[in-house]
Design a protein around this ligand. Structure first.
Ligand code: AMP
Ligand code: MG
Length: 488
């Protein structure tokens, strides 16, 4: 821990989380970045947050982005949380290398967390060095901004700053700090941690305050319910069912869906070994540490449901005084997950195939969707380019079983697919694994040139774009050998 300078800056940060939930907030400061240099700044996001991009680019602004300069009234904290990691419970995780600088009120009056990743060891660091390196921080920047452009709820990335410090990994790599923005950093693991602290103290005050804080920030309608904690749980179930359906519809594999990486807001968080599939296969898994494929593409909905069951367990004492009744309430609420997910998945596929949201049962739309999904299972196409080709009338060039495809295509055409709708619901450009990797490798070596076109492509995923064709195509050979490493 090193001293950061506190001063009057053109930024106001509140500390509502730290005030409401001191048991989950450890006052802390960022480690000093010896020679901070801005690698990338998200200008539109800065403006949305009411921050002056020119100031953020100045020496003071860059120091602010790494936590070296904090406003007088700010109160940076490391947040405590627990989590099930690959199914095993860790009672004390927390921000080992991260800090919540505070909350900003954005141009629309919404409260947004400003958070650092890679800002030095905290008391939650355990054996870790508290640091992050350029590659994984840029990966989070690129993929989170791609997800946002796809309309998928996510934390955002404001900047990546090179710290000037070498970080020991397998080799020495350039250190970096990611400045991240989220509607909050409340996780399922925050509730697990609060519940455990309540078990120690013998009263439920902390869990109640955490629930109230979460309701106020994310699901305010739950405050009006007869059982606000139950209404919060139901709202999180719905938000997470919608979120994972959105991932599935674009072929996104998160890679590390531990309960500490599942938000209460319903935003995607903690981009580590994530990637987009380039050949449709439910068993797709990119993470080098996910040997059993627990977090493979096809498992993501059931894993989300499993993570939500852990949230229910943490909330039980607030659901009902009688534990049996609390379990019944939680179980019933969790049973809402599957229908909610299925509805989002079905509606998503109808739109992607240009078909009406609601049709009479007998018109065959449902079967056309089901049979298209079966086609994906047998043909293993790259989802993104295959749907673009379908819209353009060239998908036949990419299939092996032509008879099956032709029969399906005739039935699909008979439904009169809406090509405009398909254009709005099927991205053309996604973060292609080889191109992400090439940009990160170059950035590690100090060359930021490939990052520009990559960001340009993934932040404008729909429609035509000149000069960005390679971002529309999967790797020429099958992409399944792609391996990502945990974001450390
Ligand atoms: P993640 O896999 O990034 O979600 O992190 C899981 C947990 O490990 C969190 O508690 C992190 O703060 C912690 N962690 C990950 N990397 C490091 C590191 N280099 N130093 C300290 N803590 C870390
Ligand atoms: Mg995490």
């Amino acid at each position: 821990m090193s001293a950061s300078t506190s001063t009057t800056l053109p930024v106001t940060l509140t500390h509502r989380f730290a005030d409401d939930l001191p048991e989950l907030a450890l006052d802390w400061q960022a480690a000093e970045a010896p020679e901070p240099r801005l690698l990338v700044l998200n200008q539109p996001l800065a403006v949305e947050l009411g921050l002056d991009p020119d100031w953020l680019r100045s020496p003071d602004g860059v120091r602010f982005l790494v936590g070296g300069l904090v406003p007088d009234d700010a109160r940076p904290v490391a947040q405590g949380y627990a989590g099930h990691q690959f199914g095993g419970y860790s009672p004390r995780l927390g921000d080992g290398r991260a800090l919540l600088l505070g909350e900003l009120t954005d141009a629309e009056g919404r409260l947004r967390d400003l958070h650092l990743k890679g800002s030095g060891r905290t008391p939650f660091a355990r054996g870790g060095d508290g640091l992050a390196v350029v590659g994984p921080m840029l990966r989070e920047y690129v993929v989170s901004e791609a997800m946002h452009a796809l309309g998928i709820p996510t934390t955002r990335s404001l900047a990546v700053v090179w710290t000037g410090r070498g970080v020991q990994r397998e080799t020495v790599l350039p250190g970096a700090v990611l400045t991240r923005v989220a509607s909050s950093h409340l996780r399922v693991g925050s509730f697990q941690y609060a519940r455990a602290l309540c078990a120690q103290s013998g009263d439920l005050d902390l869990l109640r305050r955490l629930t109230d804080h979460a309701i106020a920030r994310h699901h305010p309608h739950a405050a009006e319910a007869d059982n606000p904690a139950l209404a919060l749980f139901e709202a999180v179930v719905a938000a997470q069912a919608d979120l994972v359906a959105r991932w599935m519809l674009v072929g996104f594999v998160h890679g590390v869906m531990n309960t500490d990486n599942v938000t209460i807001s319903g935003e995607t968080i903690d981009y580590g070994p994530c990637a987009f599939m380039e050949a449709f296969d439910p068993a797709t898994s990119f993470s080098s540490i996910d040997e059993g494929g627990r977090y493979a593409y096809g498992n993501q909905p059931t894993i989300t449901e499993w993570d939500l069951a852990r949230l229910a367990e943490a909330l039980l004492p607030l659901l009902h005084d009688d534990e049996g009744k609390a379990i019944t309430l939680a179980t019933t609420a969790l049973q809402g997950f599957r229908p909610r997910y299925s509805a989002a998945w079905d509606a998503g596929w109808r739109a992607k195939l240009g078909l009406a949201a609601e049709t009479p049962e007998a018109d065959g739309t449902e079967e056309v969707v089901t049979d298209f999904l079966a086609l994906l299972q047998t043909e293993h196409p790259d989802l993104t380019s295959f749907l673009v080709a379908l819209r353009a009338g060239t998908a036949r060039d990419h299939v092996v079983d032509l008879a099956a495809y032709d029969a399906w295509h005739t039935r699909w055409q008979a439904l009169g697919p809406d090509l405009d709708l398909m254009g709005r619901t099927n991205p053309v450009r996604t973060p292609r694994n080889r191109l992400v990797e090439a940009a990160l490798t170059a950035a590690n070596a100090g060359d930021l040139a490939p990052l520009g076109p990559l960001l340009q492509a993934v932040t404008a995923p729909y429609g035509e774009a000149e000069g960005l064709d390679e971002f529309a195509q999967p790797a020429p050979d099958t992409a399944d050998s792609y391996v990502t490493f945990c974001g450390t």
